[in-house]
Design a protein around this ligand. Structure first.
Ligand code: AMP
Length: 293
């Protein structure tokens, strides 16, 4: 992309500017798509933009590292912010508008209001990151209110997140459709993540154990395993035996409720979170029910 293209990339920093640009598009009868991101864009993010481009006439990408979804112990300060490369990526994908607000635009001084899916936010990933999903739902609701898209695009890579956002939209009767796009992986199975850039070469090798553990669980269910309790234990043991891994959880749960009392014939999701060195990674694989009686 030429420098001139970068200069013409439509970037809004204020809520008023986003609303004005979206209003023009809407008056022209365009379908609006929103792809919320925290930047440090990779092929996973780009796949969401492509899905949006395909189905919508006006694609908005938000780039905002949301402080409220990080706990004080987490990596907010060191989170990568390569904004120029990100803008280039958005330009190359034919994004119509990038919303790149600063923190006070999203969290004005004295703000008091939060939104939380009270049950789904506190289990699995939420149990290990208290307050994380409250930060996610609060920022996503704000972004949906600011942009007012017809469709919001999210990745299955953050399985629980997209489920919680769907729940929030249903509960609050938000006039938006949520589309969940498949997880983009490296050829060896590692799920793409902005945090992968923290990994050393040997840590990256170790990180493969996450997707391998999920694949193991999927294969076992596909081969007819019905004892999910035993399978969960095997997943945990596998990970605990892997040098360089500090496991938070590895489990198989009902894909809708995220509870462990799942029927082995239900739609399931295997979920995992672990620290590799100082980098915390998450991944998941959905296990569709088999049609066999
Ligand atoms: P983030 O910038 O990490 O907040 O992610 C922004 C969006 O991109 C979220 O909806 C993520 O689920 C999605 N995403 C992140 N990684 C991937 C991936 N490997 N494949 C598909 N979507 C992804």
């Amino acid at each position: 992309m030429a420098a001139t293209d970068l200069q013409t990339m439509n970037i809004a920093k204020s809520i008023a500017d986003v609303r004005a640009a979206v209003a023009v598009a809407r008056r022209a009868g365009k379908k609006i798509g929103l792809v919320p991101t925290m930047g440090a864009l990779h092929e996973g993010h780009l796949s969401l933009m492509r899905a949006a481009r395909e189905e919508c006439d006006f694609v908005v990408v938000s780039i905002f590292v949301n402080p409220t979804q990080f706990s004080p112990r987490e990596d907010l300060e060191r989170y990568p912010r390569p904004i120029e490369a990100d803008l280039r990526g958005c330009g190359e994908e034919g994004v119509d508008l990038v919303f790149h607000p600063d923190v006070p635009t999203i969290y004005p001084a004295g703000d008091q209001t939060i939104v939380e899916a009270v049950e789904l936010s506190t289990i699995v990933e939420g149990a290990h990151r208290p307050g994380h999903f409250r930060g996610v739902t609060t920022v996503v609701l704000k972004l949906l209110n600011i942009v007012a898209p017809d469709v919001g695009y999210f990745g299955r890579k953050d399985y629980q997140q997209q489920l919680i956002i769907r729940q929030m939209c249903r509960d609050l009767a938000l006039p938006v459709e949520i589309t969940t796009c498949p997880t983009i992986r490296e050829p060896d199975g590692l799920a793409l993540s902005s945090r992968n850039r923290y990994l050393s070469e040997s840590e990256r090798e170790t990180a493969l154990s996450l997707s391998q553990c999920l694949q193991f669980a999927c294969d076992r269910v596909a081969a007819g395993e019905t004892d999910l309790t035993a399978l969960r234990q095997e997943m945990v043991q596998r990970m605990q035996q892997t040098p360089g891994i500090e496991l938070d959880y590895a489990t198989i749960v009902d894909a809708e409720t995220l509870k462990e009392d799942a029927q082995p014939t239900a739609r399931l999701v295997a979920l995992i979170a672990a620290r590799v060195g100082t980098t915390r990674l998450i991944d998941n694989m959905v296990i569709e029910p088999t049609n066999t009686p």
